[in-house]
Design a protein around this ligand. Structure first.
Ligand code: GLU
Length: 456
């Protein structure tokens, strides 16, 4: 099996493109196959080196690796010209000046469902000669076989009058030369498929497939056109739905292995989209036959949930290393240990635990609510109890504060929340005893003192 991923570097790698890359990768890895990366950079204005770099970076982040490439499509233009000339020399293609209006006139005369046939004028755009008999059959694993009777197909234009080839021609030449046997891509390319197959067949008929060492499987590749991704509202996935590109997902603090898991399940019928499957399990189980024909729904809330499961499954060391890379800060281990249960993404960490390093936040509402007269009285009692401790640990602080709660005959939160606000500046934080012990006696008592002196 030889598959390829062929992004156009006109922007960031979108989530749909990432899913296409992942499906190709899973197939190749599961079948001992080869994955080729081809950069379809023929749109010279929008295909920038920066866009190529960001696609490569996104794939690297997802840990999707390639066996061959990246191959630049533009760099192969001499080869495209060579194949074009060969088809012209063999009479499988011809030059013709017919315009769109000429095609219309042809159809008015011959019937609307008659494919256009031009005449060889030796000048103008290059059209591929479609044989009048027979049919081109698209084998699509997801959609079944579709037959296109040749009499209905127009002779497609494959190059402009100046000899520059068109997109569908370049793709077919590149796929054949790379011996691609399975073409897995978005369903927006469905309508290109018969044209590309006709080019493959013409190349085979001219002996070009054999010369390129491409077997029958590359002349009649198996296709899989993947249904589009929609957002939870049923509309085509876009920035409106939150993260739209792989970079967005990375910046939002998702783990690559969770993203792979979630993307693999999107539209693939083996399991629902809340199942945890390791990458090895995905490689082992993935099959194109089970990809649904219906649009798949990308729901970031489900990804968040799944990511939280992955976050909690990481060792503290591993999670710490990732958070240190994500935040650019060092020395996070103790804070990570006490925050892990409350995080779903790496981005959740700093808002939750940043106060440990940068001092209390300034949440006006939380102060007003919990540091009123009663709250400050509870806080003063807590300070006294904590200050008298010899050892300042999870157990000792907990025991001391339980005594305060009992003595004040109040609810635990009427003591704990004022402490939380004093330490964190806000009403959300990791567990209160854990936070006290991570901050340590001096820092914790200092913050409580400061909150008591704060006249606001
Ligand atoms: N370059 C195309 C895209 O980015 C993919 C073409 C293909 O896979 O055949 O949508």
């Amino acid at each position: 099996m030889r598959v390829r991923f062929a992004p156009s570097p006109t922007g960031a790698l979108h989530i749909g493109g990432a899913r296409t890359a992942l499906y190709n990768w899973l197939l190749a890895r599961g079948a001992d196959g080869t994955l080729v990366l081809r950069i379809e950079d023929t749109d010279r204005e929008r295909s920038t080196p920066e866009n190529v770099a960001q696609i490569l970076e996104a794939l690297a982040w997802l840990q999707i690796d390639f066996d061959e490439g990246p191959i630049s499509q533009v760099a192969r233009s001499d080869r495209h010209g060579e194949v074009l000339q060969r088809l012209l020399d063999d009479g499988r293609a011809y030059r013709c000046t017919a315009t769109g209006d000429d095609v219309k006139a042809y159809k008015a005369q011959h019937g609307a469902d008659r494919g256009f046939r031009g005449s060889d004028e030796g000048e103008g755009a290059v059209r591929l000669r479609v044989p009048d008999e027979g049919a081109t059959i698209v084998h699509d694993v997801i959609r079944g076989d579709t037959s296109f009777a040749h009499v209905h197909l127009d002779d497609p234009v494959i190059a402009r009058a100046d000899g520059s080839v068109l997109y569908n021609f370049a793709v077919a030449v590149d796929d054949l030369d790379a011996h691609i046997t399975h073409i897995v891509r978005g369903e927006d390319h469905l309508s290109n498929t018969p044209k590309q197959l006709l080019v493959l067949e013409a190349m085979a008929a001219s002996g070009l497939a054999a010369e390129a060492g491409a077997g029958e499987a590359a002349v009649q590749p198996v296709y899989a056109h993947l249904p589009l991704l929609h957002g939870p509202d049923g509309k085509k996935l876009s920035k409106r739905h939150g993260a739209a590109s792989v970079q967005d997902l990375r910046d939002a603090g998702y783990l690559p292995e969770a993203v792979r898991n979630y993307l693999a399940l999107l539209g693939w019928g083996d399991a629902d989209d809340e199942t945890i499957l390791s990458t090895d399990q995905l490689v082992e189980r993935f099959s194109l036959e089970r990809v649904s024909r219906n649009p798949a729904q990308f729901d970031e809330r489900k990804l968040r949930w799944l990511n939280g499961r992955y976050v909690r499954a990481l060792s503290i060391d591993d999670l710490t290393a990732r958070l240190e890379a994500f935040t650019g800060r060092r020395g996070l281990r103790d804070a990570v240990e006490i925050s892990r249960e409350k995080m779903q993404t790496l981005a959740d960490f700093w808002p939750l635990a940043g106060f440990i390093f940068d001092g209390p936040a300034d949440d006006e509402k939380a102060r007003a609510k919990w540091l009123d007269e009663e709250g400050r009285a509870a806080l003063a009692d807590a300070h006294t109890a904590l200050a008298s401790l010899d050892a300042f640990t999870l157990e000792t602080t907990q025991a001391a504060l339980e005594v305060v709660v009992a003595a004040r005959e109040c609810k635990p939160k009427q003591v704990f929340q004022p402490i939380r606000v004093a330490l964190a500046g806000t009403a959300v934080s990791p567990g209160i005893f854990e936070t006290l012990s991570v901050l340590g006696r001096e820092e914790a008592l200092g913050r409580i003192d400061a909150a008591l002196k704060d006249a606001r």
